[in-house]
Design a protein around this ligand. Structure first.
Ligand SMILES: NC(=O)c1ccc[n+]([C@@H]2O[C@H](COP(=O)([O-])OP(=O)(O)OC[C@H]3O[C@@H](n4cnc5c(N)ncnc54)[C@H](OP(=O)(O)O)[C@@H]3O)[C@@H](O)[C@H]2O)c1
Length: 472
């Protein structure tokens, strides 16, 4: 081992440790530093043969001093103030040309600010979204890069080497300036929330609605994973449904408390969608569902007060084919919303986001990887700017599966089984194809109480209603 490394990495938690091993595996020598030095020692001690490509350091000056110039330093610490503190601690040790890479789940607005601050600082800064969890970070994540193009070009060989590959193509790409990479990662996570919620809703309908036991539910997910729904999340849903608790031998799902956690990226997606004025109701429903799941006490109070035990579905109301079709339709609606949000951000922020490339780098490595993203990439290539629901094969799939989605939502509502994401998708779809919406009533009311005016269908210049003449 030499005393200089070509890459430095700070933060040896779940993701940082896995990423450091991935980088070392790709023939780089990596200097590592962690706030708690014992973690650094334990990490290198457990790295096996890769330990010889890891240089452990226990103070920042030694860490920075061990890096080849110009230095490349990857931060893998919790998003938020910790990133600013870490940058501040490095600032006095760096020289022009050194590059700080924030690889955590930063809010894109923070990345915009840090990129701006870097312009007047003795370092360059780039923000990259890394998806794929621990396994992805170790063996190949999907990587969404935002920052100046020069920094991307400098990092591209490393990022492409450590990224997942889809049929040989690296799942790492340049998204655009400053916060663009973290913005795309945020929308990825919003879609992830929605994908997971819709899978959970079909699981609920299979169990409560159809009375299937866990092995039968696992078999259904396995079967779906062999068709249009083939994806990592459907695959693990099957594996999870089949798993037994080592302590009690009960199905694993029966011992897991039904309170979903979150670190905020789904919530940010919903908030940013509102700032952009884009409707992403499936993602919003998924975030709300997590919030309500976490309000465990409130749900017990609700169940006590209203006797909300869901009923089984009437015989013949739904079958597994309906649920598969509903999930296919829901997934298309959700992705159409996510890509609409990316389109709106690209326009409003002047980012020129590469939408087909985004679909391509999501095909492997990341949590939402799926076969369907292949067709999405082709559709976005063929019709830039066209909403996915209008592009083939998705338009055809929606025509084919709309009835099953409607049957599924109707049956669930009839039985009192909550399916907020699937019904939000259907509501969005129905709104999308309503030629004449009830917003004329809203416009009339706005004009009535606030003299906001309205446009007329006949184009005549009479923008207010005769409300004063209306009898109370
Ligand atoms: N876990 C995932 O699946 C996943 C996926 C994609 C992205 N991410 C993002 O990746 C980043 C890291 O996540 P993680 O799951 O690896 O987190 P983690 O396991 O909790 O590790 C956090 C790391 O940051 C260090 N750290 C915490 N507070 C610090 C502080 N105040 N000053 C300096 N160092 C500090 C910790 O050091 P100590 O050992 O001293 O505590 C540890 O090395 C986050 O932004 C996360 O959102 C995570």
């Amino acid at each position: 081992m030499t005393q200089t490394s070509d890459i430095g990495l700070i933060g040896l938690g779940t993701m940082g440790a896995a990423l450091a091993l991935n980088i070392a595996d790709n023939d780089h020598q990596v200097s590592v530093y962690n706030r708690t030095a014992s973690v650094t020692r334990a990490f290198v001690a457990g790295a096996g043969v890769l330990a010889e490509r890891l240089l452990p350091t226990e103070d920042l000056a030694t860490f920075v001093g061990s890096l080849q110039r110009p230095r490349t330093i990857i931060l893998m610490v919790p998003a938020g103030p910790v990133v600013d503190q870490q940058i501040e601690a490095l600032r006095g040790l760096l020289e022009p040309g050194d590059l700080i890479v924030d690889a955590g789940n930063a809010n894109y607005a923070d990345t915009n600010r840090r990129a701006e601050e870097a312009a007047a600082a003795p370092y360059d800064f780039i923000g990259i979204g890394v998806s794929g969890g621990e396994e992805g970070a170790r063996h190949g994540p999907s990587i969404m890069v935002g920052g100046d193009r020069g920094s991307w070009l400098r990092l591209a060989p490393l990022l492409k080497a450590i990224a997942a590959k889809h049929e040989g193509t690296p799942c790492a790409a340049y998204m655009g300036p400053a916060g663009a990479g973290h913005f795309v990662k945020m929308v990825h996570n919003g879609i992830e929330y929605a994908d997971m919620q819709m899978i959970a809703e079909t699981y609920s309908l299979m169990g409560r609605g159809l009375g299937l036991d866990k092995p039968a539910i696992a078999a259904a997910f396995d079967q779906w994973n062999a068709g249009p729904l083939a994806s990592y999340l459907v695959e693990i849903a099957g594996r999870i449904a089949r798993s037994a608790d080592p302590l009690t031998r009960a199905p694993m799902l029966d011992v897991i408390l039904d309170k979903a956690g979150q670190k905020g990226t789904g919530r940010w997606t919903a908030i940013e969608a509102q700032h952009l004025g884009v409707a992403v109701p499936v993602i919003e429903a998924a975030v709300c569902a997590r919030n309500l799941s976490a309000a465990h006490g409130l749900r017990q109070q609700g169940a006590d007060a209203f006797g909300a035990q869901p009923q089984a579905l009437p015989p013949g109301a739904l079958d597994l084919d309906d649920l598969e079709a509903a999930l296919i339709a829901g997934k298309i609606l959700c992705y159409a919303q996510g890509f609409e949000m990316l389109t709106a951000a690209s326009d409003q922020f002047g980012w020129d986001l590469p939408l087909p490339e985004i679909a391509r780098i999501w095909r492997n490595g990341c949590i939402i990887r799926s076969d369907m993203l292949n067709d999405m990439a082709s559709a976005l290539d063929r019709g830039p700017g066209e909403m996915l629901v209008f592009a083939q094969p998705f338009r055809g799939l929606l025509e084919q599966h709309e009835a099953a989605l409607r049957r599924t939502v109707l049956a669930a509502i009839g039985a009192g089984i909550a399916v907020p994401a699937l019904s939000a998708g259907l509501g969005w779809f129905d709104s999308l194809r309503t030629r004449r919406s009830p917003a004329n009533m809203i416009q009339a009311q706005r004009d009535f109480f606030g003299a906001h005016g309205f446009e007329r269908l006949d184009g005549r210049d009479a923008p207010h209603g005769p409300w004063a003449a209306t009898a109370a």
